[in-house]
Design a protein around this ligand. Structure first.
Ligand SMILES: Nc1ncnc2c1ncn2[C@@H]1O[C@H](COP(=O)(O)OP(=O)(O)OP(=O)(O)O)[C@@H](O)[C@H]1O
Length: 308
């Protein structure tokens, strides 16, 4: 594996508050790694350490084999950074902003190319202060792409974008990845991680709660089947639940909920039973585990552990 980003026991504290409490992860060349987490989990604090904007309080971070803070001169021109809130001079036009930035970037793409990539060509003469929130995000991205970076750091790149712009940005990120760019992004949109990420980490209160490929993180969670039995039927009439693959069950207010790690087997056996006994399962809902459920359970589970 050609490791491009590596953190070991990485920590960041603000005065006496530990925002990042020792995290380890690696990102290989050409990979897209998504950092997810609840508000205040420590994503931006981590990203800033990777970008060389701050010194860790503990542990180590390497980007392209170097310390991004100490070896800033060697690393800076090989990375692209899209901050959560880029600050631009409000009176400059979009084109002037890109040209100004290009002047400080070695080997910059032509300004027109950066604007075309981010679908801002039609807005080049508009002053920055007149852009919508979504257009500003795209201008941020255009600037991050100017130096044809090997590694791209994107902090919530599609926040504030409408559905179409979000999908266009995903296409652009996929294209950059196909060209070999390594991408680390933070996002609150779980669908974004599902669409783009090769691997992800879910952070909670300064720690990584789980990490892996999307399917691995999701497969740790159970799938669910829920339905209502007719009033003259009882849960006990079903075949034994454990051999059907059911790991947990409940029956609240007439709604039966079955959890299973073998959705196909459980659903098949349930429907076969219903067919043979002539029972109608009302409001039947069969649902695979999703990243959203994994996320919610992790956040909830860790909170419960802390309050114990
Ligand atoms: N400069 C600072 N001084 C003190 N505390 C800070 C500072 N910056 C961030 N924090 C705190 O550190 C914690 C982590 O913040 P961070 O911005 O890294 O979280 P995040 O995961 O990016 O959150 P969000 O999803 O809300 O953007 C939060 O509790 C935040 O209040």
């Amino acid at each position: 594996m050609n490791t491009v980003i590596e953190t070991v026991g990485l920590k960041r504290s603000y005065q006496d508050f530990d925002a990042v409490r020792g995290i380890d992860f690696t990102v290989a060349r050409g990979e897209l790694f998504a950092l997810l987490g609840t508000n205040g989990a420590g994503k931006t604090s981590t990203l800033e350490l990777l970008e060389g904007q701050a010194v860790p309080s503990g542990g180590t971070v390497k980007v392209l084999g170097r310390d991004p803070f100490r070896d800033r001169a060697a690393v800076r021109h090989r990375i692209g950074v899209m901050l959560q809130e880029g600050g631009f001079p409000p009176e400059l036009t979009v084109l002037e902003t890109v040209r100004m930035w290009a002047g400080c970037t070695s080997g910059a793409r032509p300004a027109d190319e950066a604007l075309a990539l981010t679908d801002l060509s039609g807005r080049s003469k508009v002053r920055v202060k007149q852009l919508s929130g979504g257009e500003r995000r795209r201008l941020d991205l255009a600037l991050a792409l100017l130096g044809r970076p090997e590694v791209l750091f994107l902090d919530e790149p599609t926040t504030g974008l409408d559905a179409q712009s979000r999908r266009d940005t995903w296409d652009l990120i996929r294209e950059l990845k196909a060209q070999g760019t390594t991408v680390l992004l933070t996002t609150h949109y779980l669908e974004e991680a599902e669409q783009l990420a090769d691997r992800l980490a879910i952070m909670h209160k300064g720690l990584i709660a789980t990490t892996g490929r999307v399917e691995d993180v999701v497969s740790e969670r159970p799938s669910r089947i829920s339905f209502q039995l007719p009033q003259d039927r009882f849960l006990g009439e079903l075949p034994p639940l454990a051999p059907m693959g059911v790991t947990r069950h409940s029956n609240e207010g007439g709604t039966v909920l079955l959890e299973t790690r073998d959705l196909q087997r459980t659903a098949t056996e349930l429907l076969t039973w219903a067919h043979h006994t002539g029972v109608a399962l009302h409001a039947l809902d069969v649902r695979s585990a999703s990243l959203e459920e994994a996320f919610m359970e992790i956040a909830k589970g860790l909170d419960e552990e802390e309050t114990r």
